[in-house]
Structure formats: structure tokens, C-alpha cells
Design a protein around this ligand. Structure first.
Ligand code: FES
Ligand code: MG
Length: 602
């Protein structure tokens, strides 16, 4: 019988006979399955040969995330063809399968609901079909974490391939980045500076080609995280979707997964605590999305690695911002790709001794070997470590009487915000504000401009009822534009705080992911318009300026009613299941039952 392949074990230097997992379905040895014909015949009905299925070649799944309703990833329908050629060339047998679609920009109420749903589906496929390894076709925001979470849970050899960002958007001579342009156009429209048609043209100019968002939003950031973790080929994450190199890397990724299966190189060897630490450091340097802490904590929980929001502050805050890409900078991903992309950023971090160089990556080499000396030649787009865009540019982890946990992305603090709120000589990095409270995104949309405050007032906009349980999935609604009166007076940067999330393309220094959320009894629920809140960023504190008695009495009198009011109705079975199962944002919003299952096919 000829099942395994004779391959060279790199460590031992001796031949190693390996039999793959798919032999349990396709082996013609009766002791093994005896039912190869039963399993093989349906795969043969579209053209596979007996030789391909039963001679012991590795069977490689390709998790297809693109479709007509998931346009960010739709180019993967073409890319997958090239992945298959790479798999076949290396001696594997490719089998493409669909994943539940996740489209960030159109899925209601929020695409985050699909992250955990798609995760469950992929876990079932990887566990239950004759697969020896899998290529994860990542891209649009939540597709990447959903797939990495599933790879961690099942622990089957896995490699990510991003669809790639869109080309640079341009209009009337300026760079237009997806998402980021939306937030600017929303302000211009509220000010009365543009009409509906202008708004439409401005926003759509950001999307000139196939691919995902061309800013450093959640898609670009999470794919950078996949590469920094070692789960994607070095240099692959930010190749624009339309470039030839995208197809060339697709071919190489197909070849690489076959090699990984031969070596039995699993996620558990790559997704170590040190790999997550590298990812956190890298996230600050690229100006990565505020969604990354949630997703990385989720992937770590599924891998059984301890990681929490304090790690993000402790390891990531003091790292400088090196990448000049929107929303924290000016350029877009096509420029970033030409400047050397992630290996160039990691080369800076490596030289500054901020990375663990020894972490293993999907290609069998270490992080250090992959990135050493890959410095950028374009110092406007990727800065040197000692000449950064900003120092201390990571997330800070805040706590206090208003909540147990929330984060703030400091790399997007604007000059205007800094001057107005953080530069008081007597109390630097600390400010006290009057609150204006909104009970969910609908209440905000309806009432934001009915405001009697003066644009000189220090006001903080509070969004509550937007956490994972109150508004299932925690929508990206915390980055609120200022009221019209403020915008007309030139005040664009009011602090925002909320128990939901914000888009990774947003340039707003909001305080996000407040946990516990209002709908499950967090103190955001007892806030009233006009209450005062003190923020001390250096001490990482956010406190409600009310007496303990007042807090206690409000908790006793209004909490239950408020929690009910801040919980919207479930509209689908999954929304209800999600709410019964999901943890808070500071814990990765994972399904409690799912984290019990780890390394399923080890
Ligand atoms: Fe899909 Fe931004 S909406 S990547
Ligand atoms: Mg988003």
C-alpha cells in the first residue's frame, strides 16, 4: 500500500513516512476505512480520478469567502484558481468550499454577528470532512478573525491568503480612502457644504477596483496581524488585489500549505503567546484598527493562549506609529505596499529589539529570518523607528467607576483634540466633561443636532446600548460626529465613549468597548445628560463625578428599567443564540461554549 509520501524531516534529517488524515476516508486498505469507494465516488463525479483521491496525496481545503454578496472578498473566486494550481504543483489535491458570507459594509445589524457564526461553520467543515490542511481566503474585516479562530480551534495545518486592498482611490487630485472618506463626507454634509450627489460621488471614489478597504481599517490591519502572527507568507498581506503579485502569492500559498501538511506544521506551533506579543507591537506600528484587540483576544482564547487588554497597553502603548497610512496618516495601502509593507515595518521593530525573532511562521522560517534587513526605501510612508509619525501610539486600557474596561486608540488623536482636551498645563492628559447620552444609534441619529450646548463647552458624547448583548454583535457606532452647531464653529473633535465599537477606518480617538456594557448592568446605564466625567489618560482612569451614595441610589432605582430599555429585540434565531453565548468585548466576544473545545483534531 502506498499511502504516505517519503519526505525529509528537517529536524531529524531522516525520511519520515506520513499518512494523512484524509486516509480515514479515502484509504483502500480495509483496516483503515474500507469504504474509499463510498467516499470517493461523489468526488469523482465531477472529475477527480481514483489516483488523486486514494493514493495518499494530501487533500487541501480552500475556504472561499467571496461571493456576490461579499464583494470585498469576491476577487477570491479568481484567486482560488491560482491557489489550486499551486496545491496541485506541490502534489496536493485542492477542494474549495464556501464559508458563510461576511460583508462588513452591508450586513445588518453588524457583520460581527457573522464572525462567530462563520467561525462555527468553518470549525464543522474542518473537523468533519477529509481535509489535511486548509487555505483561509481572508479579506474583509471579520473574515480574517473568523477563519483564524476556526484554525485555532481545530488545529489543522492552515495558511491565510488575503484578497488584498483596492487600488488607491482618487478624486480631483486627492487620495480618497475607503471608510475614512465616509466620516469626512458625513461631516461636510451635516455642515451643509455638500449635497447628496456630491456625497455619493465622494464616497464611491474610494473604491476604484476589486479588493478590500484601501485604508488601514480592520481588513488591512487584521491581515497584517495574520502575517505578523506567522499565519500568512511574509509580504503577502498588503499586495493590492489587482496586482499580478497577488496571483503569484496565491500560487506560492498553495505550494506552501502542501509543505506545511507534510511537516504537520499546525496553528498551535505558530500561534504562541510570543507570536501574539509580536502582533500587538506590530499593530501599534501600523496604526492598526481598534477592532484588532477584540479579534486577537478571540483567536488567543480559541488557541488556549492567555491574552487580555492589559497586554495591549503594557506591550503596545509605548511603541511608535511608523506607518503613514489613513486614518492615522495620509497615504493608502497601494503606497504602503510599494514602500515594503509589513516586512519593512517589522524590520524596524526587529532592529529596535521589540519583536521575538524566534517565533515560527507558516513557511518554516522564523519571524526574524523573514523580515531582517527588509527596510523601506520610502521614508514618508514607512518611517524609521527613531523618526516615527508619533511616539507612544498604542492603545491605552482604561478603568474606573464608569466601567471595568475600555480602550482608546491614541495614534488617531488629532492636534485639535490634543489642544482642546489634553494640553491643560496644570492637568496634562486629563480633562473633565459634561456628558450627552444617546440610547443607541437610532436615538443619536434623531437627536444629535438638537443641542443646547455651546461649541466652547467641554462635552463628551456617550453611546450606550451598543454592546454585544444590548445590540447583538456590538455595532460600529461609537465614532459619532459632533453636533451641527459644533461643526459649523469648526469643532470636529469631541470625545466619544461607548459600549460598542467603531470602524477601523475612523480617525476618532474614541473610548470604545466599554465593558460591562449598559444592557448587562454597567454604569453607563445610570448616566444622565449633564453628569460630569473625569478622564485621566496617564492614570488610565475614567470616573463618574457622583458620590458613592448617588451611584448606589441610581443603580437601585433606574438600573433594571434602563437595562431593559437598552436591549433591542432579537430578530433572528442566531441573534438570540449569540446573546446567550457571547462574552463582553474585552474578552473577545467569543462564544462561551466554543472556547471549551480546543485543538480538536490534535
Ligand atoms: Fe470590506 Fe472594508 S468593508 S474591507
Ligand atoms: Mg468595520
Amino acid at each position: 500500500k502506498e499511502l504516505g509520501h517519503d519526505i525529509q524531516s528537517e529536524e531529524a534529517g531522516k525520511p519520515l513516512k506520513r499518512k494523512f488524515r484524509s486516509a480515514q476516508w479515502f484509504s483502500r486498505d480495509t483496516a483503515e476505512s474500507g469504504l474509499a469507494s463510498l467516499y470517493a465516488d461523489r468526488y469523482m463525479n465531477f472529475g477527480f480520478t481514483k489516483e488523486e483521491l486514494t493514493s495518499g496525496k494530501p487533500i487541501i481545503g480552500i475556504a472561499q469567502t467571496g461571493s456576490d454578496i461579499a464583494p470585498c472578498n469576491r476577487h477570491h473566486i479568481q484567486i482560488a484558481k491560482r491557489v489550486k494550481q499551486g496545491i496541485i504543483q506541490a502534489g496536493g489535491v485542492p477542494m474549495e468550499f464556501p464559508m458563510h458570507p461576511i460583508q462588513e459594509s452591508s450586513r445588518r445589524p453588524t457583520a460581527t454577528l457573522d464572525r462567530n457564526l462563520a467561525y462555527l461553520g468553518v470549525v464543522e467543515v474542518l473537523h468533519s470532512y477529509p481535509l489535511d490542511g486548509v487555505v483561509l481566503l481572508t479579506g474583509c474585516d471579520k473574515t480574517t478573525p473568523a477563519l483564524l479562530m476556526a484554525a485555532a480551534t481545530v488545529n489543522l495545518p492552515s495558511i491565510c491568503l488575503n484578497v488584498g486592498p483596492m487600488l488607491n482611490g482618487r478624486r480631483k487630485g486627492t487620495l480618497i480612502g475607503t471608510g475614512t472618506i465616509m466620516w469626512r463626507a458625513r461631516e461636510l454634509k451635516a455642515e451643509g457644504a455638500i449635497d447628496d450627489d456630491e456625497f455619493f460621488d465622494m464616497v464611491t471614489a474610494g473604491s476604484p477596483s476589486v479588493g478590500h478597504c484601501n485604508t488601514m481599517g480592520t481588513a488591512s490591519s487584521m491581515n497584517a496581524m495574520a502575517e505578523a502572527l506567522g499565519m500568512a507568507l511574509p509580504g503577502s498581506a498588503s499586495i493590492p488585489a489587482a496586482y499580478r503579485e497577488r496571483m503569484q502569492y496565491a500560487y506560492r500559498t498553495g505550494q506552501q500549505i502542501v509543505e506545511m501538511v507534510h511537516q504537520d506544521r499546525k496553528p498551535s506551533e505558530i500561534l504562541t503567546r510570543k507570536a501574539f506579543e509580536n502582533a500587538i507591537v506590530t499593530n501599534t506600528a501600523i496604526g492598526g484598527s481598534s477592532n484588532c484587540p477584540i479579534h486577537l483576544i478571540a483567536i488567543a482564547r480559541h488557541m488556549g493562549v492567555d491574552l487580555d487588554m492589559d497586554d495591549w497597553d503594557r506591550l503596545g502603548f509605548h511603541i511608535p506609529l511608523l506607518v503613514n497610512v489613513q486614518p492615522a496618516g495620509e497615504m493608502l495601502c497601494e503606497d504602503y505596499y510599494h514602500a515594503g509593507s509589513l516586512p519593512a515595518v517589522m524590520a524596524e521593530l526587529l532592529d529596535a529589539n521589540k519583536l521575538h525573532p524566534e517565533t515560527l511562521t507558516c513557511n518554516g522560517r522564523t519571524t526574524g529570518e523573514n523580515v531582517k534587513g527588509k527596510h523601506s526605501w520610502d521614508r514618508n510612508t514607512i518611517r524609521a523607528y527613531d523618526k516615527p509619525m508619533k511616539k507612544n501610539a498604542g492603545f491605552i486600557h482604561l478603568k474606573g467607576t464608569l466601567f471595568d474596561s475600555a480602550i482608546m486608540k491614541t495614534s488617531v488623536i488629532s492636534e485639535q483634540f490634543r489642544k482642546a482636551f489634553l494640553e491643560d498645563p496644570e492637568h496634562p492628559n486629563s480633562f473633565t466633561c459634561r456628558v450627552r447620552v444617546f440610547d443607541g444609534p437610532e436615538h443619536y441619529e434623531e437627536t444629535v443636532d438638537n443641542d443646547d450646548s455651546n461649541p466652547d463647552d467641554k462635552v463628551v458624547l456617550v453611546m450606550r446600548g451598543a454592546g454585544p448583548i444590548g445590540y447583538p454583535g456590538a455595532p460600529e457606532v461609537v465614532n459619532m460626529r459632533a453636533p451641527k452647531k459644533f461643526l459649523q464653529a469648526g469643532v470636529r473633535s469631541l470625545p466619544c465613549i461607548g459600549d460598542g465599537r467603531q470602524s477601523g477606518t475612523s480617525g476618532s480617538p474614541s473610548i470604545l468597548h466599554v465593558s460591562p456594557e449598559a444592557a448587562i448592568g454597567g454604569n453607563l446605564a445610570i448616566l444622565k445628560d449633564g453628569d460630569m466625567v473625569k478622564f485621566d489618560l496617564d492614570k488610565r482612569g475614567v470616573d463618574l463625578l457622583l458620590s458613592d451614595e448617588e451611584i448606589k441610589s441610581r443603580r437601585a432605582s433606574i438600573m433594571t428599567e434602563k437595562m431593559k430599555q437598552l436591549t433591542v429585540e432579537s430578530h433572528t434565531p442566531w441573534q438570540e443564540i449569540f446573546r446567550n453565548e457571547a462574552t463582553q468585548l474585552n474578552e473577545g466576544m467569543v462564544l462561551k461554549t466554543a472556547v471549551k473545545y480546543q485543538r480538536i483534531i490534535d
